[in-house]
Design a protein around this ligand. Structure first.
Ligand SMILES: NC(=O)C1=CN([C@@H]2O[C@H](COP(=O)(O)OP(=O)(O)OC[C@H]3O[C@@H](n4cnc5c(N)ncnc54)[C@H](OP(=O)(O)O)[C@@H]3O)[C@@H](O)[C@H]2O)C=CC1
Ligand SMILES: O=C(O)[C@@H]1CCC=N1
Length: 263
């Protein structure tokens, strides 16, 4: 793995916990010394400040750096990096298209994925788009990795920026909503800890109910909204504040930013 930050840690921690990879078989190259020692102490993985060492992986090279520095990282790798090894290259970089990745790593198998941070607890959502050199075995290997940390969906690459705007960035939108729900609870007199517990479990429970019942969200909203009751008063306030359009605009803003990052 090149880049041991938030998402890199989310993925590796779960893969180790699920027993998909033994810690000693994972090498992370990361420039921050404190990050390296944290990762080594917490997960017993191998760490290095040298990307070349990580790039010479035998099986999988996971790119988990910011999209803005991909070119710099690639430029630092030796031209002979892949002369003796042909790892499956998996990129989690927002916006970076397969065309750019395949020209950075000619003749290598490259897969572009968009995971999200709930991978940390095995509840991730990952979309996969495969490059032109990828074999069925390599695609299945990538699917197995990300299935071990949550749900997986294969999409054509042109949808990956939309995926990033929704599920890639989505945990931040949901976290913001949970924080605001708890604030509402505090405003109504609840102690913060109870308000947070109520907010988190309500969002978790509603998502679980929708996932297991296959109900349309609007149908669930209608079932909760008793005539003349409390819920429809809250829903009306949300509609008045443009809650839906705010979320739609958030996804679109992130989608457009993802497209920009891919330029
Ligand atoms: N965070 C998320 O929820 C998600 C992120 N992603 C993608 O994952 C990638 C990483 O994002 P995220 O984990 O949030 O970012 P982080 O900044 O947390 O992680 C990136 C890590 O790479 C390190 N780094 C910087 N320069 C280099 C270098 N030259 N060589 C190796 N490592 C380097 C950074 O160190 P330093 O801090 O010193 O710069 C940092 O530790 C991005 O491409 C992002 O689009 C995808 C899905 C979700
Ligand atoms: O904010 C970002 O760019 C990254 C990609 C998706 C989630 N975080």
């Amino acid at each position: 793995m090149i880049g041991g930050g938030v998402m890199g840690e989310a993925i590796l921690s779960r893969l180790i916990r699920q027993g998909i990879y033994a810690a000693e078989n994972i090498l992370i190259s990361e420039p921050q010394a404190e990050r390296r020692s944290l990762l080594q102490q917490q997960y017993q993985v191998q760490v290095s400040s040298d990307n070349q060492a990580a790039a010479e992986a035998e099986e999988i090279l996971l790119l988990a750096i910011k999209p803005q520095i991909l070119s710099k990282v690639v430029a630092q790798l030796a031209p002979t990096t892949f002369s003796n090894s042909h790892p499956l290259i998996i990129s989690i970089l927002a916006g970076v298209p397969l065309s750019k990745l395949e020209s950075a790593f000619p003749d290598q198998s490259v897969i572009r994925v968009m995971p999200n941070t709930p991978a940390t607890v095995g509840a991730g959502m990952t979309a996969i788009a495969t490059g032109k050199n990828v074999t069925v075995e390599e695609l299945n290997k990538a699917k197995n990795i990300f299935t071990a940390i949550g749900e997986v969906v294969e999409v054509p690459e042109y949808l990956m920026d939309a995926v990033t705007g929704l599920s890639g960035s989505g945990p931040a939108y949901v976290a913001l909503m949970i924080e605001a729900l708890a604030d509402g609870g505090v405003a109504a007199g609840l102690p913060r800890a109870i308000a947070s517990q109520l907010a988190i479990q309500t969002v978790f429970g509603t998502a679980k109910l929708l996932q297991e019942s296959q109900l349309h969200p609007g149908e669930l909203k209608d079932r909760v909204s008793s005539p003349g009751g409390t819920t429809i008063a809250g829903v009306a306030a949300l509609e008045k504040a443009g809650f839906r359009s705010a979320l739609i605009e958030a996804v679109l803003a992130a989608y457009h930013r993802s497209q920009e990052l891919g330029q």
